[in-house]
Design a protein around this ligand. Structure first.
Ligand SMILES: CC(C)(COP(=O)(O)OP(=O)(O)OC[C@H]1O[C@@H](n2cnc3c(N)ncnc32)[C@H](O)[C@@H]1OP(=O)(O)O)[C@@H](O)C(=O)NCCC(=O)NCCS
Length: 252
């Protein structure tokens, strides 16, 4: 029983005193709605995680092992965001937003040294995007995802057909997504892949191989259909009306 309790505790926090503090702070402030709740959490959560500024954290977020979470300035965590920062931790750069239901789970129950999730500045993760970080997931600046994108830095070994897959271990090489990448809705990125700077992946694609910088890739498995560096492709792309938003102005 004690063994199970210790295991459970390790999956929730970095120590028993921290667990008590974290649970207390989250119990007091975690479900307070409105601007008042955002304000209270912006101050109180600095006691349980590392934040450079005052993070904007909506109510009903789920933060496990928050001592291993680092948030830059002007980070936004929408409600139902779930960050599970097992060893390797989670770091989120300045101005990055995680929308409703986004999950970052390091999932490092095996103590892999390469595990962790590191996200750069000014990124945006669409609703229900999920990242698993066993092999290490490194995301650059200005990366945008549509809804329900899956980035899974892990594969199960299945070489022995006579044993349960779950008992054969995992491989975890890691995923790199460079600056200025846009992943359409429902994209899946599998382990070991690097997506080069400035690339676009079409909705529903499964990325199984590296994509060179400025690729436009679509399909299952994802294939490069054009390069953003190709002058003809660029000319064709801007056929529809372009709308510029006020996002940056709203922040200042
Ligand atoms: C990838 C995407 C950006 C391509 O836009 P584009 O530059 O205008 O490219 P085109 O429409 O000329 O498509 C090029 C080819 O890829 C195909 N294609 C485009 N998107 C595709 C997709 N998601 N899956 C499979 N094939 C796709 C096109 O049919 C076309 O094939 P063809 O040359 O045989 O006719 C766009 O189709 C897309 O998937 N956007 C994601 C939308 C989304 O998820 N939004 C959520 C908000 S972030």
């Amino acid at each position: 029983m004690l063994k199970e309790l210790r295991y459970y505790l390790k999956s929730q926090s970095t120590s028993l005193p921290r667990y008590i503090l974290e649970q207390f702070v989250m119990l007091l402030f975690g479900s307070v709605p409105s601007l008042i709740g955002v304000g209270l959490r912006g101050i109180a959560y600095k006691a349980i995680l590392k934040a450079d500024g005052v993070p904007v954290i909506e109510h009903h977020t789920r933060l496990l092992c928050p001592a291993n979470i680092r948030l830059g300035k002007q980070v936004y965590l929408d409600s139902q965001v779930y960050l599970h920062a097992l060893p390797g931790g989670i770091s989120i750069g300045d101005g990055t937003s995680l929308m409703h239901g986004t999950i970052f789970h390091v999932f490092n129950y095996r103590n892999l040294p390469q595990a962790g999730i590191a996200v750069g500045k000014n990124c945006f993760f669409g609703e229900y995007t999920c990242i698993r970080g066993q092999g290490g997931v490194h995301i650059g600046d200005g990366v945008y995802t549509g809804t329900q994108v899956q980035i899974a830095a892990v594969n199960h070994v299945y070489s022995d057909p006579d044993r349960f897959i779950k008992d054969q271990g995992i491989t975890a090489e890691g995923i790199v997504i460079e600056d200025d990448v846009w992943l359409g809705s429902n994209v899946v990125v599998v382990d070991g892949v690097t997506i080069g700077k400035g690339s676009i992946v079409g909705a529903g694609a499964v990325v199984t191989k590296n994509l060179p910088p400025y690729s436009v890739a679509v399909g299952v498995p994802a294939k490069v259909v054009k390069s953003r560096r190709d002058a003809d492709a660029v000319r064709q792309q801007v056929a529809a009306q372009v709308h510029y938003g006020q996002l940056e102005n709203m922040r200042s």
